[in-house]
Ligand binder design. Structure first.
Ligand code: SF4
Length: 342
């Protein structure tokens, strides 16, 4: 018998009522789908997805702004996952302009140095995991023709918002291992709900579910760490200091969510010369969705991808209608890849 099946058996003994647990990490969803973890869970235990895909939660107004930069003659450097996310009129893949895929901000700076006559803008998306490298790069004195479109988001404020709404009836959270490796997990201790930091092997995820369910059974609400080989309570303090030196929290909208206080990052005044939004006077338009896409509900744990009428029909990875079908961390794309339905 494997460790995984042992834990599935233990879970069946612990779960004696309906329990809904949310994860907030696309890599967790990918592992859950790949290893068929939902298929070994007791029927009363449901794992739902939260806003764990940084590309999926980038609002259309910010995608439109990135496309506008390309149309205005800038070289736009972006992660590949963002390329096909539909904006209001076009995407970075289809826009008439110079859009280049890069692995990170350092490559975008290299492009800026090679093209001093052009403006180069890096579309800086991602949760706490990607921010320190961007901050470190901005501290290396990049050239004047380089700037970033800041689209970073922070996980704890979104979880706080979700808990305040109460709409997804959540009993606990699997905390994101990658984010916690950088930030630690002390911030989450303020939330009165069972939470466990998890790694990405099937046994890691099953163990975290077991630990959450035991907390639920015992009426406890604390943060536990099922990923101690990577995550500590304090996290990577040096990385956090880099972030704080360059960025400061700010209120931002998430796709599918309203403006959430202190859930995004802005450049500190001494780094404003690298702020593409200010440099190019960009205004993020508030976009009202009208496509029938229910990514907003998927990202809030209210629906599964297969609840969407367009899933696998009008919307596929080849012809994506919403961002959740584009990104490798998007729930719809992951479910489509593994042919999951309810
Ligand atoms: Fe949106 Fe497509 Fe997912 Fe439906 S299947 S929620 S249209 S991304």
């Amino acid at each position: 018998m494997t460790v995984g099946t042992d834990m599935a058996k233990l879970l069946a003994e612990v779960v004696d009522r309906d329990i809904r647990i949310m994860h907030v990490c696309g890599t967790h969803e990918a592992a859950i789908a790949k290893y068929g973890i939902r298929s070994v869970l007791p029927p009363q235990l449901k794992i739902v997805m939260g806003p764990g895909c940084p590309v999926c939660i980038t609002p259309q107004g910010e995608i439109d702004a990135a496309c506008e930069l390309a149309e205005r003659g800038c070289i736009v450097a972006t992660y590949g996952d963002l390329l096909r996310v539909p904006g209001t009129k076009t995407s970075l893949e289809q826009v008439n302009g110079d859009v280049r895929i890069v692995q990170g901000a350092a490559k975008a700076v290299e492009i800026a140095r090679q093209n001093p006559e052009k403006e180069v803008v890096f579309i800086s998306v991602g949760f706490e995991t990607t921010v320190p490298t961007v901050a470190a790069m901005l501290l290396t004195n990049p050239p004047d023709n380089f700037s970033i479109l800041v689209s970073h988001r922070l996980v704890p404020p979104a979880m706080k918002w979700l808990m305040a709404q109460g709409e997804a009836s959540l009993d606990g959270f699997i905390l994101p291992g990658h984010v916690c490796a950088v930030m630690g997990y002390h911030e989450y201790e303020a939330f009165p709900v069972p939470q466990v930091v998890a790694g990405f092997e099937p046994e890691d995820i099953l163990l975290s579910l077991l630990m959450i369910c035991r907390q639920v059974q015992d009426g406890e609400a604390k943060v536990e760490n099922a990923y101690p080989r990577v995550v500590t309570r304090e996290g990577n303090v040096k990385a956090q200091m880099l972030m704080q030196e360059v960025f400061t929290p700010t209120d931002v909208e998430w796709r599918g969510f309203p403006v959430i206080p202190d859930s995004g990052l802005a450049l500190r005044p001494e780094f404003e010369m690298f702020d593409a939004q200010k440099k190019f006077d960009l205004v993020y338009a508030k976009v009202t969705k009208n496509s029938g896409c229910i990514c907003d509900k998927v990202l809030r744990g209210l629906c599964d991808p297969s609840d969407c009428k367009l899933y696998g029909k009008a919307c596929t990875p080849r012809v994506p209608i919403g961002p959740c079908m584009v990104s490798h961390e998007g729930a719809c794309r992951i479910w489509y890849q593994y042919q999951l339905n309810k």
